[in-house]
Design a protein around this ligand. Structure first.
Ligand SMILES: *Cc1c(COP(=O)(O)O)cnc(C)c1O
Length: 353
Protein backbone atom coordinates (compact mmCIF):
# COMPACT_ATOMS: atom_id res chain seq x y z
CA UNK A 1 0.00 0.00 0.00
CA UNK A 2 1.42 3.40 -1.04
CA UNK A 3 0.72 5.09 2.33
CA UNK A 4 3.18 2.89 4.20
CA UNK A 5 6.72 4.23 4.57
CA UNK A 6 9.62 2.36 3.03
CA UNK A 7 10.99 1.93 6.52
CA UNK A 8 7.76 0.41 7.90
CA UNK A 9 7.68 -1.97 4.94
CA UNK A 10 11.29 -3.00 5.37
CA UNK A 11 11.59 -3.57 9.13
CA UNK A 12 11.23 -7.00 10.68
CA UNK A 13 9.79 -6.31 14.13
CA UNK A 14 10.76 -8.28 17.22
CA UNK A 15 8.51 -11.27 17.79
CA UNK A 16 7.46 -11.37 21.44
CA UNK A 17 6.79 -14.70 23.15
CA UNK A 18 3.22 -15.98 23.03
CA UNK A 19 0.92 -14.56 25.71
CA UNK A 20 -2.16 -16.82 25.65
CA UNK A 21 -5.01 -15.60 27.86
CA UNK A 22 -6.48 -18.07 30.33
CA UNK A 23 -4.69 -20.84 32.16
CA UNK A 24 -4.57 -23.64 29.60
CA UNK A 25 -0.76 -23.65 29.49
CA UNK A 26 2.09 -24.00 31.91
CA UNK A 27 3.86 -20.87 30.77
CA UNK A 28 7.64 -21.24 30.68
CA UNK A 29 8.23 -19.07 27.59
CA UNK A 30 8.76 -15.42 28.57
CA UNK A 31 10.87 -15.57 31.74
CA UNK A 32 8.17 -14.21 34.00
CA UNK A 33 8.66 -14.78 37.70
CA UNK A 34 6.65 -17.76 39.02
CA UNK A 35 6.18 -16.03 42.38
CA UNK A 36 4.03 -12.94 43.06
CA UNK A 37 5.41 -9.40 43.47
CA UNK A 38 6.14 -7.89 46.89
CA UNK A 39 3.10 -7.58 49.19
CA UNK A 40 3.87 -3.84 49.24
CA UNK A 41 2.58 -3.72 45.65
CA UNK A 42 -0.87 -4.79 46.77
CA UNK A 43 -0.80 -2.23 49.58
CA UNK A 44 0.03 0.54 47.06
CA UNK A 45 -2.73 -0.57 44.67
CA UNK A 46 -5.29 -0.74 47.51
CA UNK A 47 -4.38 2.76 48.69
CA UNK A 48 -4.14 4.33 45.23
CA UNK A 49 -6.55 7.25 44.71
CA UNK A 50 -7.95 7.20 41.14
CA UNK A 51 -8.46 10.98 41.39
CA UNK A 52 -4.69 11.26 40.93
CA UNK A 53 -5.06 9.85 37.41
CA UNK A 54 -6.81 13.05 36.31
CA UNK A 55 -3.43 14.69 35.96
CA UNK A 56 -0.40 13.75 33.86
CA UNK A 57 2.28 11.92 35.82
CA UNK A 58 5.61 13.53 36.76
CA UNK A 59 7.55 13.67 33.45
CA UNK A 60 10.78 13.24 35.43
CA UNK A 61 9.46 10.23 37.45
CA UNK A 62 11.04 11.92 40.47
CA UNK A 63 9.60 9.69 43.17
CA UNK A 64 10.52 6.47 41.38
CA UNK A 65 13.99 7.70 40.51
CA UNK A 66 14.57 8.61 44.16
CA UNK A 67 13.49 5.13 45.27
CA UNK A 68 15.67 3.41 42.64
CA UNK A 69 18.60 5.67 43.58
CA UNK A 70 18.20 4.67 47.22
CA UNK A 71 17.98 0.95 46.36
CA UNK A 72 21.01 1.12 44.05
CA UNK A 73 23.12 3.45 46.20
CA UNK A 74 23.46 6.12 43.51
CA UNK A 75 22.24 9.68 43.09
CA UNK A 76 18.82 10.29 41.43
CA UNK A 77 20.43 12.20 38.55
CA UNK A 78 22.13 8.92 37.59
CA UNK A 79 18.72 7.24 37.03
CA UNK A 80 16.48 7.21 33.93
CA UNK A 81 13.07 5.45 33.85
CA UNK A 82 11.07 4.14 30.93
CA UNK A 83 8.04 2.15 29.92
CA UNK A 84 9.80 -1.22 30.11
CA UNK A 85 13.53 -1.67 29.67
CA UNK A 86 12.84 -2.44 26.00
CA UNK A 87 11.89 1.21 25.65
CA UNK A 88 15.00 2.32 27.54
CA UNK A 89 17.14 0.17 25.22
CA UNK A 90 15.33 1.57 22.16
CA UNK A 91 16.03 5.16 23.32
CA UNK A 92 19.72 4.27 23.66
CA UNK A 93 19.92 4.14 19.85
CA UNK A 94 19.02 7.77 19.07
CA UNK A 95 20.79 8.88 22.27
CA UNK A 96 24.17 7.20 21.62
CA UNK A 97 24.43 5.85 18.05
CA UNK A 98 23.97 7.08 14.50
CA UNK A 99 24.66 6.43 10.82
CA UNK A 100 28.42 6.86 11.31
CA UNK A 101 28.41 5.80 14.97
CA UNK A 102 28.07 2.01 14.80
CA UNK A 103 26.94 -0.35 17.55
CA UNK A 104 28.42 -3.74 18.36
CA UNK A 105 26.98 -6.80 20.08
CA UNK A 106 27.60 -10.54 20.39
CA UNK A 107 26.34 -12.85 17.63
CA UNK A 108 24.09 -14.69 20.08
CA UNK A 109 22.12 -12.22 22.18
CA UNK A 110 18.77 -10.53 22.74
CA UNK A 111 17.18 -10.37 19.29
CA UNK A 112 15.72 -6.90 19.97
CA UNK A 113 19.09 -5.12 19.52
CA UNK A 114 19.28 -5.61 15.77
CA UNK A 115 15.60 -4.61 15.41
CA UNK A 116 16.36 -1.28 17.11
CA UNK A 117 19.52 -0.82 15.03
CA UNK A 118 17.55 -1.33 11.81
CA UNK A 119 14.75 0.99 12.89
CA UNK A 120 17.17 3.79 13.78
CA UNK A 121 19.50 3.15 10.81
CA UNK A 122 22.45 2.34 13.04
CA UNK A 123 25.06 0.06 11.45
CA UNK A 124 26.26 -2.73 13.72
CA UNK A 125 28.83 -5.51 14.03
CA UNK A 126 28.01 -8.93 15.43
CA UNK A 127 30.93 -10.57 17.18
CA UNK A 128 31.18 -14.39 16.98
CA UNK A 129 30.87 -16.38 20.20
CA UNK A 130 33.58 -18.42 21.89
CA UNK A 131 32.81 -22.18 22.11
CA UNK A 132 29.22 -21.47 21.02
CA UNK A 133 27.84 -20.17 24.31
CA UNK A 134 30.37 -17.67 25.67
CA UNK A 135 30.99 -14.01 24.93
CA UNK A 136 34.36 -13.30 23.36
CA UNK A 137 35.28 -10.16 25.29
CA UNK A 138 38.70 -9.93 23.55
CA UNK A 139 37.10 -9.84 20.12
CA UNK A 140 34.42 -7.43 21.33
CA UNK A 141 37.12 -5.08 22.65
CA UNK A 142 38.98 -5.22 19.33
CA UNK A 143 35.94 -4.51 17.15
CA UNK A 144 35.74 -0.89 15.94
CA UNK A 145 32.45 0.72 17.08
CA UNK A 146 31.00 3.63 19.04
CA UNK A 147 29.67 1.34 21.75
CA UNK A 148 28.31 -2.04 22.83
CA UNK A 149 25.06 -3.67 23.87
CA UNK A 150 25.82 -6.62 26.10
CA UNK A 151 23.16 -8.62 27.92
CA UNK A 152 24.61 -9.97 31.16
CA UNK A 153 23.49 -12.64 31.97
CA UNK A 154 23.15 -13.18 28.23
CA UNK A 155 19.89 -14.05 26.50
CA UNK A 156 18.90 -16.64 25.46
CA UNK A 157 21.89 -18.66 26.75
CA UNK A 158 21.69 -17.58 30.41
CA UNK A 159 25.49 -17.40 30.62
CA UNK A 160 26.73 -14.75 33.07
CA UNK A 161 29.99 -12.80 33.35
CA UNK A 162 31.20 -11.83 36.82
CA UNK A 163 31.66 -8.22 37.90
CA UNK A 164 35.46 -8.35 37.96
CA UNK A 165 35.74 -9.66 34.43
CA UNK A 166 33.28 -7.05 33.21
CA UNK A 167 35.16 -4.30 35.07
CA UNK A 168 38.34 -5.37 33.25
CA UNK A 169 36.49 -5.13 29.93
CA UNK A 170 35.18 -1.65 30.79
CA UNK A 171 38.73 -0.53 31.56
CA UNK A 172 39.93 -1.85 28.19
CA UNK A 173 37.46 0.25 26.18
CA UNK A 174 37.34 3.63 27.97
CA UNK A 175 36.50 5.48 24.75
CA UNK A 176 33.48 3.31 23.93
CA UNK A 177 30.08 3.26 25.62
CA UNK A 178 29.19 -0.09 27.20
CA UNK A 179 25.45 -0.63 27.66
CA UNK A 180 24.93 -3.59 29.96
CA UNK A 181 21.43 -5.05 29.78
CA UNK A 182 21.09 -6.56 33.25
CA UNK A 183 17.50 -7.79 32.83
CA UNK A 184 18.41 -11.03 34.63
CA UNK A 185 21.20 -9.81 36.90
CA UNK A 186 19.28 -10.17 40.17
CA UNK A 187 19.36 -13.94 39.66
CA UNK A 188 23.18 -13.74 39.46
CA UNK A 189 24.11 -10.99 41.94
CA UNK A 190 27.08 -9.58 39.97
CA UNK A 191 25.63 -6.23 38.90
CA UNK A 192 28.00 -3.62 37.51
CA UNK A 193 25.70 -0.84 38.79
CA UNK A 194 28.19 0.13 41.54
CA UNK A 195 30.77 0.83 38.79
CA UNK A 196 28.81 3.71 37.24
CA UNK A 197 30.46 6.07 39.75
CA UNK A 198 33.92 5.35 38.35
CA UNK A 199 33.21 4.25 34.75
CA UNK A 200 31.88 7.12 32.68
CA UNK A 201 31.51 4.74 29.70
CA UNK A 202 29.01 2.48 31.49
CA UNK A 203 25.22 2.45 31.27
CA UNK A 204 23.42 -0.32 33.18
CA UNK A 205 19.85 -1.13 32.12
CA UNK A 206 17.48 -3.03 34.44
CA UNK A 207 13.84 -4.05 34.45
CA UNK A 208 10.97 -4.69 36.87
CA UNK A 209 9.67 -7.46 34.57
CA UNK A 210 11.72 -10.44 35.74
CA UNK A 211 13.14 -10.46 39.26
CA UNK A 212 10.47 -8.04 40.58
CA UNK A 213 7.60 -10.11 39.08
CA UNK A 214 6.07 -6.98 37.52
CA UNK A 215 6.11 -7.70 33.77
CA UNK A 216 2.52 -6.43 33.59
CA UNK A 217 3.38 -2.93 34.84
CA UNK A 218 5.99 -2.19 32.09
CA UNK A 219 8.86 -0.41 33.76
CA UNK A 220 12.61 -0.40 33.31
CA UNK A 221 15.48 1.92 34.13
CA UNK A 222 19.03 2.90 33.29
CA UNK A 223 21.89 3.87 35.61
CA UNK A 224 24.85 5.91 34.44
CA UNK A 225 26.73 9.19 34.43
CA UNK A 226 24.32 12.19 34.54
CA UNK A 227 25.47 13.17 31.01
CA UNK A 228 24.30 9.77 29.68
CA UNK A 229 21.02 10.11 31.60
CA UNK A 230 20.54 13.57 30.12
CA UNK A 231 20.98 12.18 26.57
CA UNK A 232 18.33 9.53 27.24
CA UNK A 233 15.99 12.19 28.65
CA UNK A 234 16.44 14.30 25.53
CA UNK A 235 15.62 11.29 23.33
CA UNK A 236 12.58 10.48 25.50
CA UNK A 237 11.31 14.06 25.30
CA UNK A 238 11.36 13.83 21.49
CA UNK A 239 9.06 10.84 21.68
CA UNK A 240 6.91 10.58 24.83
CA UNK A 241 7.29 12.97 27.77
CA UNK A 242 5.42 10.69 30.19
CA UNK A 243 6.43 7.07 29.58
CA UNK A 244 6.00 6.07 33.25
CA UNK A 245 2.40 6.41 34.41
CA UNK A 246 1.41 7.41 37.95
CA UNK A 247 0.31 3.94 39.03
CA UNK A 248 3.48 2.36 37.66
CA UNK A 249 5.62 4.90 39.49
CA UNK A 250 3.95 4.22 42.85
CA UNK A 251 4.07 0.42 42.43
CA UNK A 252 7.70 0.23 41.33
CA UNK A 253 8.90 2.72 43.97
CA UNK A 254 7.46 0.38 46.63
CA UNK A 255 8.77 -2.83 45.04
CA UNK A 256 12.34 -1.66 44.50
CA UNK A 257 12.81 -1.03 48.22
CA UNK A 258 11.51 -4.44 49.37
CA UNK A 259 14.85 -6.23 49.16
CA UNK A 260 14.01 -8.74 51.90
CA UNK A 261 10.94 -10.11 50.16
CA UNK A 262 12.69 -10.52 46.82
CA UNK A 263 15.74 -12.17 48.38
CA UNK A 264 13.42 -15.06 49.25
CA UNK A 265 11.84 -15.52 45.81
CA UNK A 266 15.20 -15.12 44.04
CA UNK A 267 16.69 -17.87 46.18
CA UNK A 268 13.79 -20.19 45.34
CA UNK A 269 14.20 -19.55 41.60
CA UNK A 270 17.95 -20.21 41.77
CA UNK A 271 17.41 -23.43 43.71
CA UNK A 272 14.87 -24.71 41.16
CA UNK A 273 17.13 -23.62 38.29
CA UNK A 274 19.94 -25.84 39.57
CA UNK A 275 17.60 -28.78 40.16
CA UNK A 276 16.01 -28.44 36.72
CA UNK A 277 19.37 -28.14 34.99
CA UNK A 278 20.62 -31.26 36.77
CA UNK A 279 17.58 -33.24 35.60
CA UNK A 280 17.89 -31.98 32.02
CA UNK A 281 21.58 -32.88 31.90
CA UNK A 282 20.74 -36.33 33.28
CA UNK A 283 18.20 -36.79 30.46
CA UNK A 284 20.92 -35.99 27.92
CA UNK A 285 20.27 -32.32 27.10
CA UNK A 286 23.04 -29.83 26.41
CA UNK A 287 22.44 -26.97 28.90
CA UNK A 288 25.04 -24.25 29.55
CA UNK A 289 25.27 -23.17 33.17
CA UNK A 290 22.71 -20.39 33.71
CA UNK A 291 22.99 -17.25 35.82
CA UNK A 292 19.41 -16.22 34.96
CA UNK A 293 15.86 -17.53 35.59
CA UNK A 294 15.83 -19.69 32.47
CA UNK A 295 17.77 -22.53 30.85
CA UNK A 296 18.87 -22.84 27.23
CA UNK A 297 18.43 -26.53 26.54
CA UNK A 298 18.68 -28.65 23.42
CA UNK A 299 20.49 -31.20 21.26
CA UNK A 300 18.24 -33.86 22.72
CA UNK A 301 16.35 -36.31 20.52
CA UNK A 302 14.88 -33.58 18.33
CA UNK A 303 15.54 -30.05 17.11
CA UNK A 304 14.13 -27.10 19.08
CA UNK A 305 11.07 -26.71 16.85
CA UNK A 306 10.00 -30.33 17.40
CA UNK A 307 10.58 -30.00 21.16
CA UNK A 308 8.59 -26.77 21.24
CA UNK A 309 5.63 -28.34 19.41
CA UNK A 310 5.76 -31.54 21.47
CA UNK A 311 5.69 -29.57 24.73
CA UNK A 312 2.90 -27.29 23.50
CA UNK A 313 0.78 -30.39 22.73
CA UNK A 314 1.43 -31.37 26.34
CA UNK A 315 0.24 -27.99 27.62
CA UNK A 316 3.68 -26.47 28.23
CA UNK A 317 4.93 -23.35 26.45
CA UNK A 318 8.65 -22.75 25.98
CA UNK A 319 10.43 -20.31 23.66
CA UNK A 320 11.82 -21.28 20.29
CA UNK A 321 13.57 -19.29 17.54
CA UNK A 322 13.81 -20.69 14.03
CA UNK A 323 17.25 -19.17 13.42
CA UNK A 324 20.70 -20.65 12.85
CA UNK A 325 22.17 -22.15 16.06
CA UNK A 326 19.13 -21.11 18.14
CA UNK A 327 16.95 -23.65 16.34
CA UNK A 328 18.85 -26.51 18.02
CA UNK A 329 17.56 -25.34 21.43
CA UNK A 330 14.56 -24.12 23.36
CA UNK A 331 14.64 -21.59 26.19
CA UNK A 332 12.85 -22.77 29.29
CA UNK A 333 11.83 -20.37 32.07
CA UNK A 334 12.35 -21.78 35.55
CA UNK A 335 8.86 -22.23 37.00
CA UNK A 336 7.55 -23.42 40.34
CA UNK A 337 8.60 -26.88 41.47
CA UNK A 338 5.27 -28.29 40.23
CA UNK A 339 5.59 -26.63 36.82
CA UNK A 340 9.15 -27.86 36.41
CA UNK A 341 8.07 -31.37 37.41
CA UNK A 342 5.34 -31.32 34.72
CA UNK A 343 7.95 -30.27 32.15
CA UNK A 344 10.32 -33.03 33.25
CA UNK A 345 7.52 -35.65 33.13
CA UNK A 346 6.72 -34.68 29.53
CA UNK A 347 10.42 -34.81 28.57
CA UNK A 348 10.90 -38.20 30.26
CA UNK A 349 7.94 -39.53 28.26
CA UNK A 350 9.61 -38.21 25.09
CA UNK A 351 12.91 -39.84 26.09
CA UNK A 352 11.18 -43.18 26.69
CA UNK A 353 9.08 -43.01 23.50
C1 LIG B 1 12.93 -9.37 29.26
C2 LIG B 1 14.14 -8.65 28.73
C3 LIG B 1 14.21 -7.26 28.67
C4 LIG B 1 13.13 -6.35 28.96
O1 LIG B 1 12.04 -6.36 29.25
P1 LIG B 1 10.98 -5.24 29.61
O2 LIG B 1 9.84 -6.10 30.01
O3 LIG B 1 10.74 -4.44 28.38
O4 LIG B 1 11.56 -4.46 30.73
C5 LIG B 1 15.38 -6.66 28.27
N1 LIG B 1 16.43 -7.39 27.92
C6 LIG B 1 16.41 -8.72 27.94
C7 LIG B 1 17.63 -9.47 27.55
C8 LIG B 1 15.25 -9.39 28.32
O5 LIG B 1 15.21 -10.71 28.30
Amino acid sequence: MQFISKKARAVTPYTAGEQPRGAQFIKLNTNENPYPPSPRVKAVLDAFDPAGLRRYPDPASGRLRAAIAQAEGVSPDCVFCGNGSDEVLALCFPAFFGADEPACFPAVTYTFYDVFAHLFDVPFARVPMREEFYLDLDRLADTPCKGYLIANPNAPTGVGIGREEMAAFLARVPEKLVILDEAYMDFFGQSCAPLIKTCRNLLVVKTFSKSYALAGIRCGYALGDPALIDALTRAKDCFNSYPVDALCEAVCAAAVLDRDYYAGTLARVREERERLRGELLALGFTVPESAANFLFAGRFKADGGTLYRYLKEHGILVRFWDKPFLRDFVRITVGTREENDALLAALRALAAG
